[in-house]
Design a protein around this ligand. Structure first.
Ligand code: 2BA
Length: 107
């Protein structure tokens, strides 16, 4: 068994959640915050048999899209600064980790 941790943008989360349900893929949805932009994103935990990992990854890839965001580089350090220029950041569609699961039990 593997554990897929998939961090996706909030805008894509409910579509992906429906896609998981349609394909009978069990997942847990967590409300998370990106450490860099301090914006809400969504993290899915998916415990899955190894033979289905590629299918799940394809599903995540298909339902997630990259977007451009603007951030104020000085905002988090000094508060609002009118002189600073917003910086364009390209946020990826999905950030995924695939981990081995040593043990899986449900009680
Ligand atoms: P955030 O940490 O809010 O990062 C949002 C986007 O800001 C990133 O998009 C990247 O384009 C940019 N960014 C992040 N750190 C940066 C830095 N030190 N310098 C310049 N630009 C930076 P993504 O790379 O697509 O990441 C989207 C979200 O996925 C992240 O939100 C974070 O929540 C998560 N993530 C990405 N890499 C991760 C990692 N290695 N470990 C844990 N979570 C990660």
């Amino acid at each position: 068994m593997k554990l897929i941790i998939a961090i996706v943008q909030r805008e894509d989360a409910s579509r992906l959640q429906h896609a998981f349900a349609k394909e009978n893929i069990r997942a847990t949805k967590l409300a998370t915050t990106g450490g860099f932009l301090s914006e809400g994103n969504t993290t899915f935990l998916i415990g899955i048999d190894e033979k289905h990992v590629k299918k799940v990854m394809r599903l995540i890839q298909g339902e997630s899209q990259g977007r451009e965001e603007y951030m104020n580089p000085n905002l988090s350090m000094t508060g609002f600064d009118v002189s600073s220029q917003p910086v364009k950041i390209t946020v990826g569609g999905a950030t995924c980790f695939v981990l081995p699961v040593e043990e899986f039990k449900q009680f």
